[in-house]
Each structure stands twice: as C-alpha cells, then as structure tokens.
Design a binder for this molecule. Structure first.
Ligand code: PEP
Length: 253
C-alpha cells in the first residue's frame, strides 16, 4: 500500500507573515488527518517560520526548487545542503521552472542527483505541453522526462513523481481521472524498467493540474494516482484541508 501524498505548492505567493497565518489556519486540521502524507512547500524565505509552526505535527515541509551546486559564487541560489535539515522534500523540474527559467532535462537531472545526495526527497515534476498533448506525444514526452531526470541516479528511495500536464496547471482545465491514471501507469512502467517492479510498485506518483476540493476525489479514487501536487487551491486553508480529508476518506474505502 502506497501512502497517498498531498503537497501544496504555494509558488511565489505569501510574505512571511502571510505564510505564518496560512499555516496556522490549516496546521491543526491537517495534523488530525490520518492515512495521507501532508506536505507544504512555501517560498524559501518562509521555510524556517513554517517549520517552527508545524514542528511536532504530522505536516511535512518542502522547498519549491534548489540549485545543484553545493556552494560557491552562484548569487541568489539555494543549495541542497542549505535545505537539508530545514525541509524533507524539494519540488524539482516544475513546468514553470522549465518554461520561465530554462530548466532542461539535463539540469533537472543534476538537481535530482544533488537532492538525493543531500538526503532530500525530490518531488519530480513531469508533463507534456498542450501542443505535445494534441500531437499525441504525451507518452513520449513524459517517458523521456522521467528517464532523463534519473540518468545516473541509483535507486532513489523516497522519490515522488508528479505528473502535471502543463495545459492543466493553473488553467482550471484539469485532466480527467482516467487520462491521468493512464499516463501515471506509463510513468510507473518507466520506473519499473529503470529500477525494477518492486521499486515502481512502491513509488508514489501524484497528479497535478487544477486540482480542487471539487475534483480531488476523481483523481485519488484511481488506482495509479497516489495523491496530488496542488497549486492555487493550496493557498486556501479550508480547500486544502478538504482536499487532504477527501483523499484520506477515498483511500480508506
Ligand atoms: C502546481 O503548481 O504544481 C499546480 C498544479 O498548480 P495548480 O494546482 O494551480 O494548477
């Protein structure tokens, strides 16, 4: 049984005070929900404050990005070692990083290697763009992204993959549960071909893209989908709590 994981990607939203307020609004209710791993990914500047507020709860912390070098003259960047000890997870290869900051599969691969080396658990994002989706290239793109991100990576225990079709992110046009389930099944096959059937069967693969309290049940009731990476809806405490609660309920059936 894979423990479902719901992660909230706050993106570039909230200052420190707002982050503190938001996490205080959801902390106790999230803590009380069993059977789901709950992860909050605030901006870098708020990691420390949020860490203090969720200490001694079952809520985990993740960063949204990192650089792959250990230290040095990389002005503005944050290294894996700076995050290790501060948070457990790190989102890597998010489509917004690929789109706006030129992250290639090779860069994502370097980041995955560096994160694993520092003891961080990557939430590796993959997903096809609209034109690729319409050209029937979903399988090709997603399989390539997974393979290339993991080149030279020894069995990455604890890896989480997030399948996020780019056309569904922040658009209000989510994939269907069936579509996402089928692609996630292919990602699992790719993981099996790289690391064996047991690894693939034990690795959690989320869906991401316009997940809300109104559609989460459709996703987490699919056999291959192990939770969600949630953007916009993770900034509203009652909605995020509802997403986690519904996941717990659906997966207990
Ligand atoms: C995301 O940021 O990973 C995401 C899926 O965003 P949204 O839920 O807003 O589509």
């Amino acid at each position: 049984m894979r423990l479902p994981i719901i992660a909230g990607n706050w993106k570039m939203n909230t200052n420190i005070d707002q982050a503190v307020e938001l996490v205080k609004e959801m902390r106790d209710r999230l803590h009380g929900i069993d059977g789901v791993e709950k992860v909050l990914c605030p901006p870098f500047v708020s990691l420390s404050a949020v860490k203090g507020i969720i200490a001694a709860t079952s809520v985990r912390l993740g960063a949204q990005n990192m650089y792959y070098e250990e230290k040095g003259a990389y002005t503005g960047e944050v290294s894996p070692n700076m995050l290790a000890g501060l948070c457990e997870y790190v989102i890597l290869g998010h489509s917004e990083r690929r789109q706006y900051f030129g992250e290639t599969d090779e860069i994502v691969n370097r980041k995955v290697k560096a994160a694993v080396g520092a003891g961080l658990l990557p939430i590796l994002c993959v997903g096809e763009r609209l034109e690729e989706h319409e050209a029937g290239k979903t399988e090709e793109v997603v399989t390539r992204q997974v393979r290339e991100a993991l080149v030279g990576v020894d069995t990455p225990d604890g890896l989480v993959v997030a399948y996020e079709p780019v056309w569904a992110i922040g658009t209000g046009k989510a994939a269907t549960g069936e579509q996402a389930n089928a692609t996630i099944g292919l990602i699992r096959e790719t993981l099996a071909s790289l690391y064996g059937a047991d690894f693939a069967a034990g690795t959690r693969i989320q869906y991401g893209g316009s997940v809300t309290a109104a559609n989460i049940a459709e996703f987490v009731s699919q056999p291959e989908i192990d939770g969600a990476l949630v953007g916009g809806a993770s900034l509203k405490a009652p909605e995020f709590v509802s997403i986690v609660e519904q996941t717990s309920r659906v997966r207990r059936r």
